[in-house]
Design a protein around this ligand. Structure first.
Ligand code: DC
Length: 233
């Protein structure tokens, strides 16, 4: 079934991977808007599982508990006025998945094989009819190895922490230095996990956004998308 109409060969899939705070979600959402594609934030899916685990009192290290949980959950993404909305068992958890508690546990939850198998299956279903911009950590390397365009978006840890600091409305007393340390820790955990670690795909285009504005990165990816679209026809 086609999600967004049109012939499949008129559309490509765009994979945007990179570390936390590199601007992936803002950039991916804007690129999708411009192309008339569907944006899928896969980090939000790992966050939804983490929220469900926190609520159920399942520790992020509990392999069996997480396996049972992830296979019993319904996670649905839908476009909303302010970006992608996330529903966990049909409850709107769009804001709840951004809490600090979820952020602190999500990387460990995302390291479990059962969690990744289930979410990757959902992600591939969503991308089957093409016309998708998907962001995450393993999209180009594992989820959509055939994506026509793969971008690996990075930025220095200092600038990523600074952007998060300015973005967070409720800082709960957290300092910039603390945020920087947390981001560096999450990078390491995402890069060093055994299953689908965060690495740049061989055929990905690396974009360093440290010195670029969001609009410059968007324009660059749109240019690349149009070239790939022309090649795909
Ligand atoms: O992009 P984010 O910060 O919302 O992602 C939350 C966590 O989920 C992050 O620590 C890594 C993990 N994640 C992942 O392992 N694979 C993905 N495709 C997306 C996110």
């Amino acid at each position: 079934m086609s999600i967004n109409g049109g012939r499949e060969c008129d559309r490509i899939n765009v994979a945007i991977d990179g570390p936390a705070g590199a601007g992936k979600s803002t950039v991916a959402r804007k690129v999708a808007e411009q192309l008339g594609y569907v944006y899928i934030d896969t980090g939000a899916m790992y966050r939804a599982v983490t929220l469900a685990a926190n609520r159920a009192g399942i520790h992020p290290g509990e392999t069996d508990g997480l396996k049972q949980l992830v296979n019993s959950l319904s996670i649905r993404l839908a476009p909303g006025e302010n970006g992608q909305m996330v529903f966990l068992n049909e409850e709107d958890v769009t804001s709840a998945i951004r809490s600090r508690e979820v952020t602190l546990h999500v990387s460990q939850v995302a390291s479990h094989e059962s969690v990744r198998i289930r979410l990757v299956e959902l992600q591939r279903q969503l991308a089957a009819s093409r016309g998708i911009v998907m962001d995450g950590r393993d999209i180009g390397t594992h989820v959509l190895p055939d994506a026509e365009l793969k971008v690996f978006l990075t930025a220095s840890v200092q600038i990523r922490a600074k952007r998060r600091y300015e973005e967070l409305k409720d800082l709960e007393g957290i300092s910039l230095e603390q945020l920087e340390a947390e981001i560096a820790k999450r990078d390491l955990s995402d890069e060093q996990r055994e299953i689908s670690p965060l690495v740049c795909a061989q055929d990905a285009i690396k974009v360093d956004s440290t010195e670029l504005t969001i609009d410059q990165v968007v324009a660059l990816i749109l240019d690349l998308s149009r070239t790939k679209l022309a090649e795909a026809k």
